[in-house]
Ligand binder design. Structure first.
Ligand code: ZN
Ligand code: ZN
Length: 289
């Protein structure tokens, strides 16, 4: 059975993300360990950790995932932002490790005024510095596949492979695959043959063993648009086919899959439910025995 969950808010405390996720029928939960639009963060207290662990134990949630701040740019050519990003990502790993969260997902970065190759080099160099400063910390980094907006890197498997190859500790870097981003980047998952080709290519260039998590999102924008706009499952340009293939793919049966779709009250067929519960219901309805 696939492991299905969603990104949940930490408003009111970390343990609330778990409690609310359980209410939405999540098997796994992604969260921010700090405000994602700010550099600063209040320290995590022992009481925060205790309450969080308690909720996990009470509800049998095995997989948790942290998503790093959107301000971080490990590919920046500007030294000040690059160093600030390294420091901030180290804090992200420390906070995740405090809460017992095994991985922190980060968008690899943007090259802005430099070049693709320079950006990739900066990201690898940043990861090396992060690894040097986080020896003994249990949480590891997952680079997310991106949609390739603007100068964002990580939308081509070759770029992700290059970042990992240039790393001194490639074993400490994994991948989080976002379905909306992959579709926007021009990776077709929508029919069986294309789906298999895409994962074969991923396996050849990066290795399927590096794939530690999925973000399940449909896309508001068309195939290869390079635009990152999430849509409810089955209601966007991707439709249900890629999700049916994913939730039935035995290679990914132990890889947690998290929704990052819009919150709120569902409409139409799912009126009376929250959107998270509705999207999870749709995904579970696709599982074939
Ligand atoms: Zn994502
Ligand atoms: Zn996105």
């Amino acid at each position: 059975m696939p492991i299905l969950g969603a990104h949940m808010s930490i408003a009111g405390g970390y343990y609330k993300a778990i409690a609310n996720g359980v209410k939405e029928t999540c098997d796994c939960i992604q969260l921010f360990t700090k405000n994602n639009n700010q550099w600063k963060a209040k320290p995590i207290t022992d009481e925060d950790v205790r309450l969080f662990q308690q909720q996990l134990d009470d509800h049998d949630i095995v997989h948790t995932l942290s998503h790093a701040s959107y301000l971080i740019n490990l590919g920046s050519p500007k030294d000040e932002l690059w160093k600030k990003s390294i420091d901030a990502f180290i804090v992200e790993l420390q906070r995740a490790s405090q809460l017992g969260i095994p991985y922190v997902v980060v968008h690899p970065g943007s090259f802005t005024t430099s070049t693709e190759a320079e950006g990739i080099g900066r990201i690898a160099e940043a990861l090396n510095e992060i690894h040097r400063q986080t020896r003994g910390i249990s949480s590891q980094c997952l680079l997310e596949t991106t949609a390739g907006q603007g100068t964002n890197l990580g939308w081509k498997f070759e770029q992700l492979a290059e970042m990992i190859d240039q790393c001194e500790n490639p074993d400490q870097v994994g991948i989080c695959a976002d379905t909306c981003h992959m579709f926007a980047a021009g990776y077709n998952l929508c029919d069986e043959a294309a789906y298999q080709d895409t994962w074969n290519e991923f396996d050849k260039l990066i290795g399927l063993e590096k794939l530690k998590a999925f973000h399940l999102n449909d896309s508001k924008r068309e195939f290869a648009s390079r635009k990152d706009r999430h849509e409810h499952i089955g209601q966007g340009h991707m439709g249900l086919a890629p999700f049916r293939l994913l939730v039935n793919d035995t290679r990914f049966a132990n890889t947690p899959m998290y929704l990052e779709t819009a919150k709120g009250d569902a409409e139409g067929e799912y009126e009376g439910m929250s959107w998270d519960a509705a999207n999870l219901k749709v995904l579970r309805s696709l599982i074939q025995n």
